[in-house]
Ligand binder design. Structure first.
Ligand code: AMP
Length: 520
């Protein structure tokens, strides 16, 4: 039985099979979503009473956004408020954004993991999400679903000092303030007639000025976010409309897209105003000249929750049947910055002796650290004497930590090794010359290497995402660890220097497989 649970906090970053203990723990999240979470828990308890043999799975609205980078999920408050009180941006409508994005990838016949999309979930509650390489990298709702877009009855983005001003000058109580921001604002508050866009559009036809303003403000806010998310992702290939308004209002879609030609967005006006697709369908409403594909995708959160439930139960069954994971500890290695080079770049950087010279074997068979080093020259500063790892590869690749990226003046994305498209470039200087790479700088995604025999032992497949527990002075769980399997590999987990430093982890410590949480 799959259940939607709105808030998963920092702890539930993927669906879980709910046990009595988890249900108790989930109660702590009630204060973050007082209108939703207690009711969600009640639903789980009732489900257990009615169908005691069905295992309950909780699918969290916030989980899809849990990989947002810190610069997107933090507020500009003192850091302690995040650390001690969990005050950060969580984002909501996860199953909806995830579903429509997956559906769009299927419709466009492109790998989901390769696209840059903006999904606009415009319903009574409304949020917008930037999805880069299959991950939510930013979304408009924050700590609660009040932030972001103007909604049916919620105000969306607001200078927090307005609240202080109202409290000081109008003496509004907390409950009155809550009612004002969440139930009296948005389309309803501005139009003065309704939170339902159908009624508002009907009144606008008759020329009611406040009603027109409500529509203008609603669309303007969405447009502003699309621009912001285009900037965040450096490019956009797909724009998706969903939710009651996104699917139902041709006028809203047209107003939002108007003037976005410079971003490569241009609507086919006829397609936009004729016929909405059924649930399960997709309709393209951009014209042939539009570089960005604009789609209407009716949302289907129930289907997404069912899918997540089935997947989670599958992983759980696997985990239940393989209880011997603890018998095979995974050695940890902290990877320092390094460079892989193509043969052509080796020759340009080191001249006449084109073979890389080994100064020592690495833990992965066949790989070696080289005598050769290069200086990395970024737009802000340089990092000297970075070791080359051999043998030569098809493409050059520079792996640095986020801190080094900062020193160099380069914002390197977190990527699995080898996924270099649309990554920043850098200049390398060797003993015999320079090479300017147009791409190739990444911060390596934490990963484990396994030989096929290890994979069989753990029941893992290549590209699974797993959770690893690391035993040290304090036990730490690393989620989102990528599994790489090859006959050439030896079992170990690679962590980036920054991450290891932050968690006080050193090479030589050990980890254990805790759970599988995603499988393609
Ligand atoms: P949701 O929360 O996704 O169910 O969306 C509900 C909201 O969508 C309603 O309150 C309406 O404002 C809006 N809506 C639904 N159908 C239409 C339509 N055909 N045209 C305009 N707005 C619509």
């Amino acid at each position: 039985m799959g259940h939607r649970v709105v808030h998963g906090g920092d702890k539930y970053i993927q669906p879980v099979v709910v046990t009595g203990k988890i249900l108790e723990e989930m109660a702590k999240l009630d204060q973050l979503a007082p209108l939703h979470n207690p009711v969600n828990r009640m639903g789980i308890k009732e489900g257990l009473r009615l169908l005691p043999e069905a295992r309950p799975v909780a699918v969290f609205d916030t989980a899809f956004h849990s990989k947002m980078p810190p610069q997107a999920h933090l507020y500009g408050l003192p850091f302690e408020y995040y650390q001690d009180h969990g005050i950060r941006r969580y984002g909501f409508h996860g199953p909806s954004h995830n579903y429509v994005a997956l559906k769009a990838a299927e419709f466009l016949k492109k790998p989901f993991s390769d696209m840059k999309m903006v999904t606009c979930h415009l319903g009574n509650g409304a949020s917008i999400c930037a999805i880069d390489h299959g991950r939510s990298v930013d979304t408009s709702m924050g700590f609660t679903p009040t932030e972001g877009l103007v909604m049916g009855t919620r105000c969306g983005d607001l200078d927090p000092s307005v609240i202080l001003y109202l409290q000081r000058n109008q003496g509004l109580s907390l409950d009155a303030m809550d009612d004002l921001l969440n139930r009296q604002s948005g389309l309803k508050g501005i139009s003065g007639i309704s939170n339902d866009l159908r009624e508002i559009e009907a009144a606008a036809e008759k020329g009611d000025r406040r009603v027109l303003l409500a529509i203008q403000l609603f669309c303007y806010r969405v447009k502003k976010y699309i621009g912001a998310y285009g900037a965040v992702m450096s490019r956009l290939d797909t724009l998706i409309f969903t939710g009651g308004i996104g699917e139902g209002s041709a006028g809203v879609r047209a107003r939002i897209c108007q003037g976005l030609g410079y971003m490569g967005i241009s609507l086919d006006e006829v397609q936009n105003k004729t016929g909405t697709p059924e649930r399960g369908g997709v309709k393209k409403i951009s014209d042939e000249a539009s570089a960005v594909k604009v789609l209407i995708v009716p949302t289907d959160e129930e289907r997404m929750i069912a899918r997540e439930t089935i997947r989670t139960l599958g992983f759980q069954n696997l985990a239940d049947s393989i209880r011997h994971w603890e018998e095979r500890p995974i050695p940890i290695e902290v990877s320092a910055h390094h460079v892989h080079l193509s043969q052509a770049d080796v020759e340009q950087l080191f001249g006449t002796s084109p073979e890389l010279t080994s100064r020592g074997e690495l833990s992965q068979p066949g790989q070696f650290a080289c005598q050769e080093v290069v200086d990395l020259i970024g737009p802000k500063a340089a990092v000297a004497r970075v070791r080359i790892l051999g043998p030569a590869r098809a493409e050059s690749q520079v792996e640095i930590s986020i801190t080094e990226g900062f020193k160099l003046g380069i914002d390197a994305p977190v990527r699995p090794s080898g996924q270099l498209e649309r990554t920043p470039g850098i200049t390398l200087e060797g003993s015999a010359g320079k090479v300017s790479l147009s791409k190739g700088v990444i911060c390596s995604l934490r990963h484990i290497h396994l030989a096929p025999e290890d994979a069989l032992f753990f029941g893992l497949r290549d590209k699974d995402l797993v959770r690893i527990r690391v035993e040290g002075q304090r036990a730490l769980i690393f989620g989102d660890v990528l599994v790489r399997i090859s006959p050439e590999f030896k079992l170990n987990m690679h962590l980036d220097t920054d991450e290891a430093n932050a968690a006080e982890i050193k090479t030589g410590m050990i980890g254990f497989l805790e759970a599988i949480h995603d499988r393609k």
